[in-house]
Ligand binder design. Structure first.
Ligand code: KG4
Ligand code: ZN
Length: 349
């Protein structure tokens, strides 16, 4: 079964075709260069760029798959969460295609895509990973920090989420404060390699807060206070230490909550998703925690499957389709910029 999926929830115009779990093609027009000057995503510029690139992105995914539109069995699109003007462009295109070819339209939540990203396979069917429920998913991206329990396919219980900024957003903001580029996560990771993580002690966010939620606004303020007290030269000279200290506290906060969650919900499998999950230090910490606890852990198989992509949307869509969750009348689909996994499985407005 061929599914063509579209994701335009943020700054990537992504298209992909999968056959069940296997990638046939996976394409991305990145807008990173466009947003670099703003230090974050500028919604109206994102919309304009998506509108220009969506048809070429669909054409390239088809060309690379050596398929024509009439061979596609179903279309899938991200309906939320994300930037409203950006989501709109992908949804319009998916509705247009599903209507024209009279095929089912499968609405997918962006977080749902990140959860399924560890199960995307290449065209040889690798990696071969089995689903085993209950399964814990930890999505750590620029827009989200979420701990989700799955008791079955497409059955979600949110255990914890961020009350303000996402972990990736916190890294992006620190990067901007230090005058570094966007996205901040990989830049901070690189500089931190040469830094002393204990040089600038920072408070561990939410350590006295019961429950499994996250918060990064306090950490951001504490870090800003440190940076504001440095002269311009000190700031430059100590960049690696600043990055290492900030990254360390961000990672500690993620590990702290993960530990508590695994204690409360002793699952056998953990899956990671989202751009931050490609961070090497975080990965090794999670691996050693899971080793100790006897938990099988899966990360997205490649970096381009941890950041935004449409292959993960297509694979999540496949499991939704198998459960009968799809629209036969595409016109009723609308975007839900603040979609919440345990509230909307499909926006049947
Ligand atoms: O999943 P993603 O591509 O988009 C969202 O859905 O938000 O995640 C982007 C986020 C950005 O905040 C970026 O700084 C962060 O992921 N990121 C990283 C790394 N690579 C990307 N953070 C830490 N270490 C990395 N290597
Ligand atoms: Zn994402």
């Amino acid at each position: 079964m061929y599914i063509l999926a579209i994701d335009t929830s943020a700054d990537e115009t992504s298209t992909a075709i999968v056959n069940e779990r296997q990638i046939v093609s996976n394409f991305n027009f990145s807008q990173v260069a466009l947003h670099q000057n703003f230090g974050g995503i500028y919604p109206l510029a994102a919309k304009r760029e998506h509108a220009l690139k969506i048809q070429p992105a669909v054409d390239i995914a088809l060309k690379r798959a050596r398929l024509s539109l009439d061979k596609i069995d179903a279309f899938a699109v991200t309906f939320g969460p994300g930037l409203a003007p950006a989501l709109e462009i992908g949804i319009l295109k998916a509705k247009e295609l599903a209507t024209k070819y009279n095929k089912p339209l499968i609405p997918v939540d962006h977080i749902e895509g990140h959860i399924y990203s560890s199960f995307v396979q290449n065209s040889n069917g690798n990696p071969q990973r089995e689903f085993s429920f209950p399964l814990l998913a930890f999505v750590i991206s620029g827009g989200h920090t979420e701990l989700v329990l799955l008791n079955d396919h497409i059955n979600y219980q949110i255990l914890g989420e961020t009350l303000d900024d996402a972990a990736g957003e916190a890294l992006d903001k620190a990067s901007r404060l230090l005058g570094l580029g966007y996205p901040g996560g990989p830049i901070i990771e690189r500089l931190a390699l040469k830094g002393n993580k204990d040089r600038y002690p920072l408070p561990l966010p939410m350590q006295y807060h019961s429950g499994l939620d996250f918060s990064y606004s306090g950490l951001k303020t504490a870090f800003k206070r440190i940076v504001d007290n440095l002269s311009a030269e000190e700031k430059v000279k100590n960049l690696p230490d600043l990055c290492a200290s900030y990254q360390e506290t961000t990672i500690n906060s993620l590990i702290f909550r993960l530990q508590q969650t695994l204690k409360k919900y002793p699952v056998k499998t953990l899956v990671l998703g989202g751009g931050v999950s490609s961070n090497r230090l975080l990965k090794s910490r999670i691996r050693s925690l899971c080793n100790k606890k006897g938990v099988t852990v899966y990360f997205p198989p490649t970096t381009n499957l941890s950041t935004d992509n449409a292959a993960m949307i297509a694979v999540a869509a496949y499991y939704k389709f198998k459960k009968g969750i799809y629209l036969t009348d595409p016109s009723i689909l609308d975007r839900i910029p603040r979609a919440n996994l345990d509230k909307y499985i499909a926006p049947l407005t």
